[in-house]
Design a protein. Structure first.
Lengths: 280, 187
């Protein structure tokens, strides 16, 4: 059994919080640049040019791409042959977030109570997910999530009779409802199946998947392409000012589900779709 | 149409701006989000004065990241304006004519804009690093306890904006999308 100090996880989380917030992943940049090349309207082109200029400034000056540096969503894939030692794992992750948001000059956007509010002052707690996987490594992913787009997300518990058409209509309805609010061009994460909670987690995980990848099942891979095209046919466009590019990516993740149901969750993200991983 | 404008946002200037105009804005603006607006509207309800003179003022809906050493301000893009819809008509009623943000507004806000000659400008959501470049001065003037949501006075130069809703109620979110779809379908 391999021993890993939780302090090593703190260090990595700290680093990933800063890197994820300052440097957009290559696949997202690529998608934005190819959409810019296909856009014809003057306002739409101007918006995409400025979005590209913005992430170039963030790269060059090592500053946050967006001022909403998000809630820190932290995913740990922990090998079953790993023994975590030297402290409490949850506290170690929160300490990494605390340090990263402080040292990186990132915005502290977390309130300690959802109703009574009150900023926690250090962007903790992290939204922490742990999964036990084979092996003796720990994979750490930090995905800061802004709330302009999070607020436009939706979940629905469909009857199985709603079928594929129900899912398709729900995706378009959710994007239409989001309109200009989530800073389009957006990324659409769709989770289908599982239980109520698992569908939402699948949708979040769909946002972490590279935009140039597809679902391994050709049925869903084709559905991703079809729905991205349909979303872009809505004409909402960059920032909602009208245009071809409403979304730069649409990823679907699926799980088996119950005979009585077909949960579907849609997690909306903005063009600043951030995530960064490292393996210990 | 591309316009370079200097604040304050007088009634005359406001009426000369139209939905879809690209605007480069220079002058003094004030930052506020949900918590700051709530406090200002509560102060007005008690008959108190605001921490700044609202006449012809422009408010930027933003909560910046902390400034790094040597920076005037951290990344500073717009937040979703709809959360300020409950307060915007009150702010316009005391003279704060300009709003900078992103996203849809309620009909009540548009009605107030028509009544008070308000203008709703869009800054590019998610372009916080770029927009920070236009901010030349930043001074905290009230509500320091609100952190990122504190009230700040900014001096901006050539801030790139688009008029989303003008003082006549014309809305780029509607007209821009319609124009795009019509042009596409005509092909």
């Amino acid at each position: 059994m391999r021993e890993i100090q939780v302090s090593a996880i703190t260090d990595v989380v700290e680093k990933l919080c800063i890197e994820a917030n300052n440097h957009l992943p290559g696949d997202v940049k690529c998608a934005l640049e190819s959409c810019r090349a296909c856009e014809d309207g003057e306002i739409a082109k101007g918006v995409l040019d400025k979005i590209i200029e913005n992430y170039n400034i963030a790269d060059a000056e090592n500053v946050p791409i967006c001022q909403d540096t998000g809630m820190a969503c932290v995913f740990l894939e922990i090998g079953q042959d790993v023994h975590l030692v030297g402290g409490d794992l949850r506290e170690a992750v929160d300490e990494g977030v605390r340090r990263g948001y402080d040292k990186g000059y990132l915005r502290k956007s977390v309130v300690g109570d959802p109703v009574r509010r009150g900023n926690t002052g250090d962007n903790t707690p992290a939204m922490l997910y742990t999964e036990i996987v084979p092996g003796e490594n720990v994979k750490i992913t930090v995905g800061p999530k802004g709330f302009g787009s999070e607020n436009m997300s939706a979940i629905r518990m469909f009857k199985p009779s709603a079928g594929l058409q129900g899912i398709k209509d729900f995706i378009l309805e959710t994007v239409e409802n989001a309109g200009p609010n989530p800073c389009p061009p957006m990324v659409v994460g769709v989770g289908i199946g599982g239980t109520f909670d698992k569908a939402a987690l699948l949708a979040k995980k769909a946002l972490m998947r590279p935009l140039d990848s597809h679902h391994p099942d050709p049925f869903y891979a084709e559905l991703e392409d079809e729905m991205l095209e349909k979303v872009n046919a809505l004409g909402i466009g960059p920032q909602g000012f009208g245009g071809r590019t409403t979304a730069i990516g649409l990823n679907i993740e699926t799980l088996p589900t119950h005979i009585a149901g077909m949960p579907c969750a849609i997690n909306i993200n903005c063009h600043v779709t951030r995530h960064k991983s490292e393996v210990l | 149409m591309e316009k370079h404008i200097t604040l304050p946002l007088t009634e005359e200037l406001a009426k000369s701006l139209h939905a879809g105009d690209t605007v480069y804005l220079t002058g003094t603006i004030y930052t506020s989000r949900d918590a700051g607006h709530k406090r200002m509207c509560e102060a007005l309800a008690r008959g108190e004065e605001l921490p700044f003179d609202p006449k012809d003022a422009t408010i930027y809906y933003v909560g910046p990241t902390p400034a790094k050493p040597g920076q005037v301000i951290g990344s500073a893009g717009p937040t979703t304006s709809g959360r300020m819809d409950a307060y915007a008509p009150t702010m316009m009623s005391v003279g704060a004519r300009g709003m900078i943000g992103k996203g849809a507004r309620l009909p009540e806000v548009v009605d107030a804009m028509k009544k008070f000659s308000g203008v709703y400008f869009g800054a590019i959501g998610g372009a916080g690093a770029l927009l920070a470049k236009c901010i030349k001065e930043c001074e905290l003037i009230a509500f320091e306890d609100l952190g990122a949501e504190a009230l700040r006075k900014l001096y901006v130069e050539e801030m790139p904006l688009v008029v989303i809703i003008d003082s006549e109620g014309n809305n780029l979110y509607e007209s821009g999308r319609k124009a795009y779809l019509q042009a596409r379908d005509a092909k």
